[in-house]
Design a protein around this ligand. Sequence first.
Ligand code: TYM
Length: 336
Amino acid sequence: MDTPKKRIFSGIKPSGELTLGSYIGAIRNWVALQNDYDCLYCIVDMHAITVRQNPADLRRRTLEQLAQYIACGLDPEKNIVYIQSHVPAHAELSWVLGCYTMFGELSRMTQFKDKSRKNADNINAGLFTYPVLMAADILLYQADLVPVGEDQKQHVEIARDIAGRFNQVYSPTFTLPEPFIPKTGARVMSLLDPSSKMSKSEQGGDGCITLLENPDDIMRAFKRAVTDSETSVRFDPEHKPGVSNLMTIYSCATGKSFAEIEAEFEGRGYGDFKTAVGESVVELLRPIREKTQELLANRDYLESIYAAGAERAARLAQKTLDKVYRKVGFVPRARG
Ligand code: TYM
């Protein structure tokens, strides 16, 4: 008999347009893993409202994100693709897990500290308990691996700690998840400020590339990318963060190694290099943009995908939730 495939769970917040960072750090790897693992890929809209959202924009971006997942190559037949708020078990398990998570450990989360600084007028309880909901996402499906970028490693680790604690108090209930972080592209930096992460919150400027951006804007952003006062294309993230970031992007877009890239641009200036990186990204994103537009024109198809996804996810989630409710001592619901 075949051994069952390992389980993967991951998600992205529809709090902004998908960026080249989320593609390189996460989605690209989801696509690569889909044949060898049993995968759930979620649009985590409940996480998005920890920061104030315009409702119409959130709805539009949620559907756009679903179309983009598929356009990037995720096969909705092979994977369970769905919207978090359609499966109530996420919120239900999150409440229980919150009772097994310490105030102190949530206070130490880097993202919470960061986001509180950036949203000083809205440091809400959801922002604080965000990692608990994320732990629920992962643990509901007994995920073995969680493919994410570097910035989410701490959140996967706390999910693992919460799972371990629950297992210890009761008996083995949850699989202990591990982060799965790519070797190249785990942290794509802003094109204008290579000391900070390319992020959705920087959108609209030339530091951040979104997946649906048009070729002219992409080329302009890469031509303006911050480099350094040398002229050599060499991978050295500490001393040459801008150039190294562009090399990472180029490597992910073309499949070339850093040594090949260094050889290709030996003796040529940064101008040529930036143009080549820009063109490689234009070509990488062109089919994704076109396919997304095609899919967005077919709302019925998208609805059929997220409806089927939620149904399949809910079935799996309920098994874990029932087990958890029984272990903590809740009276099982009367049947019929
Ligand atoms: P989010 O929505 O901020 O980011 C989505 C994914 O993209 C990765 N990423 C990057 N990787 C490399 N370079 C970048 N510049 C970059 N920007 C984003 C992130 O690491 C992430 O993998 N809390 C999560 C969403 C979430 C989740 C989950 C993830 C909710 N529940 C359960 C995994 C499992 C988040 O805010 O990701």
